[in-house]
Design a protein around this ligand. Structure first.
Ligand SMILES: Cc1cc2nc3c(=O)[nH]c(=O)nc-3n(C[C@H](O)[C@H](O)[C@H](O)COP(=O)(O)O)c2cc1C
Length: 225
């Protein structure tokens, strides 16, 4: 039987607001991890159990061609020994920025768990075979949408978009929908991964893993919150 989980307690964050910290984690566990991918697996599993919506949603930050940061949310669709994969339109703003900059940052924030993960790394496209395999698992409506949306380009009216959807729906009424050539996955290959966990009185736990090159050893550093 699982031992009872000690409650980290209710802390007085302000005079008017009592905040319950639902965590039973202490410095004795996640900060002792010596490898970030396994810890990520635990945290994403916890998020899938705990978050009512989109537990795999992550903020993706890129660098615009004028040097201005640009951020938006995408969904994590794969994680392997190389990195973190999401899918999009390579002709979208993010696609162009990823192809030009070859670098990105990701942030997960799980409100239900009071946890954050920050990732920084280099970017590569997944192989066409990998993209085909994932595209094939998508609902037909989403496959049609990938053809109909010229993501990040100006759209004159909703009606025009719906007309495009209807056109592709007709076109593929009797057949499978092939993957549009502009619809692809990107993989963020991490060089830094930081795990942050809320603790009472903003005395949070925070550990960062860094490596100098792909395949190199991870060096862990505990950080002030
Ligand atoms: C919860 C959520 C999940 C999303 N997932 C994706 C995704 O996986 N791929 C994608 O291209 N856009 C996704 N979007 C839309 C993007 O945030 C963004 O609006 C769109 O990709 C255009 O971004 P861009 O103009 O910077 O390329 C998602 C938005 C939200 C709120």
């Amino acid at each position: 039987m699982e031992p009872p989980r000690p409650r980290l307690g209710v802390s007085q964050m302000s005079d008017t607001k009592r905040i319950e910290h639902p965590t039973w984690l202490t410095s004795g566990d996640f900060t002792e991890a010596d490898e970030p991918f396994e810890l990520f697996e635990h945290w994403i599993k916890d998020a899938i159990d705990a978050e009512p919506r989109d537990p795999t949603a992550m903020t993706l930050a890129t660098i615009g061609d004028d040097g201005t940061p640009n951020a938006r949310v995408v969904l994590l669709k794969g994680r392997d020994e190389k990195g973190f994969v999401f899918y999009t339109n390579m002709e979208s703003q993010k696609g162009r920025e990823l192809d030009a900059g070859k670098a990105a940052a990701l942030v997960f924030y799980w409100k239900s768990l009071n946890r954050q993960i920050r990732i920084r790394g280099t970017v590569e496209r997944v192989t066409p075979q990998e993209a085909d395999a994932y595209f094939a698992t998508r609902p037909k409506g989403a496959q049609i949408g990938a053809w109909a949306s010229q993501q990040s380009r100006p759209l004159e009216s909703r009606a025009l978009f719906e007309k495009a959807v209807a056109g592709y729906t007709d076109k593929y009424a009797e057949s499978d929908v092939p993957r549009p050539p502009h619809w692809i996955g990107y993989r963020v290959v991490p060089m830094k991964i930081e795990f942050w966990h809320d603790r009472p009185f903003r005395l949070h736990d925070r550990i960062e893993f860094e490596r100098a090159k792909f395949g190199g050893a991870w060096v862990k550093t505990r950080m002030y919150p």
